[in-house]
Design a protein around this ligand. Sequence first.
Ligand code: NAD
Length: 435
Amino acid sequence: MTSVNVRTGQDVVRPDKDTFLSEENPFEAMMSRFDYAAKRLSLDAGLYKVLRNPEKQIVVSIPVQRDGGDVEVYTGYRVLYNTSRGPAKGGIRFDANVTLDEVTALAAWMTWKCAVVNIPFGGAKGGVICDPGTMSMGELERLTRRYTSAIIDTLGPDSDVPAPDVNTNERVMAWIMDTYSMHKRHTVTSVVTGKPVAMGGSLGRREATGRGCMIVTLEALKRHGMPVKGARVAVQGFGNVGSVAADLLAKQGAVIVAVSDKSGGLYNANGFVVADLLKWVEEKKVLAGYPNGEAITNEQLLASNCDVLLPAAMENVITSKNAATIQAKIICEGANGPTTAKADAILEQKGIFVIPDILANAGGVTVSYFEWVQDRSGYFWDEDTVNRRLERIMGTAFEEVTTMADKHAVNMRIAAYMLAIERVAAVHRLRGMYA
Ligand code: NAD
């Protein structure tokens, strides 16, 4: 199927909607894009098979003594998807809905994300099926330490470097670092990233994903000849990624017209004072009740009158059911997997420029890479250096993805996958196959 790119006037070859069968299965959704990109690259059949399969999937049972004395056994996973370009890199999530399928999809995602921004890591992900909301700090610590020791053979600065993900944070990373270090009999800060700055974390890491979103949004606006001053931005999710991106974009002159979180959304045609919103959320924890905006639903936020839509909350929010209602000209995917494959086809038909997750939110893993480099060299950079280097990497990656998109007349998502697959495949060819 073809349509016309509204910016270049070129024909765009795009996958048929029915090419993508599953709208919500994360592994299938990711793999459908991978398959299409691999086909466009004419990837040889052998390498296709190698890249379509995870290198290693570890399943562990984690016994934990609850505070009341009972013993519970949790299931944990760690998936190393591909390590041809360097140590595996990827977060650990604690969540009741974790599945091996999801962890594998997220590990593959990390492989492509690290390759898009050209940092020397492979991709991994970990997860433990649990409900952290019902667990005490002591129980969470025991769970984290036992999970760490269960997967300790794969962990290490040269082999597998975790980071925070859903329901894990720098507190959890500190426990992992300590457990690993106790086993090794010396302190190894570079075994995890996203640590507290006081124990080897990097300045700028907390803001890195939102900052990366801001950098690529500015690039996209420039590419479309749209000034950032006055650009109307709607942000779904006002957590780490969304709030930082909103704040930094506002500081560049953009007008934040809509924001939302799990408590609902707010709209203000004149633009919010982001510093006020940040203060409100710091005090009240949620946006609900903030006085200077009109209450809207998350669905209304997606369809709101804006130039840039920044989904920064969760997966599968832009679907075949609502994609047609989106008015934004640019979508910057701060969240992982916010757009289903079926919705992609609709957005492209509408001429909406999508900065895909594996590029848009790669600022976080890029500064994680900086953290790992700083830990290994024992020399720490000031925040300005971190931000400048982040800007260079994100700017280069944006440029490389757009060049690929223009060269092959594909959308940005497929171009990002093509760039990533090409980079991972090139290393496989150079290394050859160990037999
Ligand atoms: P967070 O927990 O700090 O914030 C999530 C925000 O989304 C909160 O404001 C929450 O209220 C809101 N939210 C939850 N459910 C919602 C719903 N149904 N509708 C609207 N809003 C809802 O998480 P975060 O770290 O900002 O991560 C957000 C997304 O970005 C996730 O998809 C995450 O995987 C992705 N991401 C994060 C990083 C990072 O460095 N933090 C890096 C890459 C990708």
